[in-house]
Write a protein that binds this ligand. Structure first.
Ligand code: PA5
Length: 447
């Protein structure tokens, strides 16, 4: 098997009202073609990729000067890079590793940042600050502190150890790059954080770790190419698995399936679950619509949340990910306790595959609508395909929900209130709200 296979047998299409959504294929084929032509969906047709690949080639030499990369970013500016490291550079997390090391700092955690500054060698560390908008306070505040750390250690040369990935023209970070002449790479227009792993956002860390970034880009390209035709037909859209997945998910939501399990039985790809959760939740959780993504890892989560999936509320569907070509690893020895004698002659990975099958069947037997995705390999090309498939599915599901899957308006309120709390200029309404919240009567218990 050399291609991704998708098993729809247990999707329960017959129990769902898919027709109304399927009927929109013609309209959405036109909308997709127009949006791509207008440059609104660069994550689909990747128009920036050829230039970026050359820029990444050129960046190799510069990055080879460093042993550590400290990535400052949050949300879509961090999750993809972490998933790539966990999946394709797992040696970093094992004993005896001699570098390079990628550290993804995506929280406002004073202890963690201090820990990095106390232990990383500044002269051997490149700080990569990633922010599409250039104004995200969590990232900006880390950058300000990292700059001071480098300045104190390296004096005038501090700028040589910073690389910014941000909008080509706008935002505070871009102004800083222009003013100080720091190294930078652009995030293309209309490429929002959670859709940006296949830009400099995810690929600069990939270059640093020595990953074959061309393979991942090719996988993504191949998964989308049928949808990038100038005259995209209704049939091409209908045939594409991203559209089928979108119709399936939209119909599931209509039938009360409010949760979507992303069950990965490719253990090293576990962190893609967190990347997908952000993509799905931030794109689709709007106007009371959407479904809650539940990233899960086989077999580990069989011994934690799986009981809930199997016998809790019947509101869950599942995307089930396996890899037929996964290395099965070492063989069991001849001498085994009686209870496990059946393992004789088998390989460790056969247990993973058997448990995957068992869990998949158990889920379907208990009525969880399930689509099984099987990757031929757990390599970069297939990861690129999966990333593109999930991004396209998210976009199209958003369109079927009649919401904008590319924005995230609701998360702005908490940010505005935090700014108001820190006495930032403006925010009069938020400051008044905060005062009322803090001075209002509260119900508090102490133990
Ligand atoms: O997916 C998104 O758009 C967000 O999660 C952003 O990635 C996150 O808010 C960080 O934004 P920025 O890259 O502008 O700092």
């Amino acid at each position: 098997m050399t291609t991704f296979s998708i098993d729809w047998t247990n999707a329960d299409f017959n129990d769902l009202n898919c027709q109304n959504y399927q009927a929109k294929a013609r309209t959405f084929a036109g909308r997709l073609a127009d949006s791509i032509a207008d440059g609104e969906l660069p994550f689909v047709n990747l128009p920036y990729m050829d230039l970026l690949l050359r820029q990444l080639d050129d960046m190799k030499e510069y990055l080879s000067n460093f042993e550590h990369m400290l990535l400052l970013g949050i949300g879509g500016s961090a999750l993809g890079a972490r998933a790539l490291q966990k999946a394709f550079f797992p040696q970093q997390d094992r004993p005896g590793h001699k570098g390079p090391w990628l550290w993804v700092n995506d929280n406002v955690d004073p202890a963690a940042l201090q820990g990095y500054f106390d232990t990383l060698p500044p002269e051997k560390t490149v700080v990569v600050v990633i922010s599409k908008s250039g104004g995200t306070i969590e990232t900006a505040s880390q950058y300000i502190l990292a700059k001071e750390w480098l300045r104190r250690a390296l004096g005038e040369d501090w700028k040589d150890n910073i690389l910014a990935v941000t909008d080509a023209e706008n935002g505070e970070l871009r102004s800083e790059v222009e003013e100080l002449g720091m190294q930078s790479l652009p995030v293309p227009d209309n490429l929002g954080g959670r859709y940006s792993v296949l830009s400099a956002v995810g690929l600069v860390p990939a270059v640093f770790l020595g990953l074959d970034y061309r393979r991942i880009a090719l996988g993504a390209h191949d998964a989308a190419k049928e949808l990038c035709a100038a005259k995209l037909t209704e049939k091409s859209l209908n045939d594409h698995p991203a559209w089928k997945l979108a119709v399936w998910n939209r119909a599931l939501m209509e039938s009360g399936y409010t949760e979507l399990i992303f069950f990965s039985y490719i253990p090293m790809w576990a962190t893609f679950g967190n990347w997908f959760a952000q993509l799905w939740a931030e794109s689709l959780g709007k106007e009371g619509k959407g479904s809650m993504p539940l990233p899960s890892v086989g077999v580990t989560d069989q011994h934690s949340v799986n009981q809930m999936y199997l016998d809790g509320p019947r509101n869950k569907a599942c995307l089930f990910l396996t890899c037929t070509g996964l290395d099965k690893g070492m063989a069991f020895p001849d001498t085994l306790p009686d209870k496990f004698a059946f393992l004789k002659g088998r390989q460790f990975g056969e247990l993973l595959q058997a448990e995957a099958l068992g869990t998949r069947m158990a889920l379907t037997k208990t009525g969880v609508p399930l689509v099984a995705l099987d990757a031929p390999t757990a390599g970069l090309y297939d990861a690129g395909k999966l990333i593109m498939l999930l991004e396209l599915t998210t976009l199209l599901t958003g369109w079927l929900l009649d919401i904008n899957p590319l924005d995230q308006p609701a998360v702005e309120l908490g940010k505005r209130l935090a700014n108001a709390r820190l006495e930032a200029e403006g925010y009069a309404e938020e400051k008044a709200d905060l005062k009322a919240f803090l001075e209002g009567e509260r119900t508090i218990q102490e133990i």
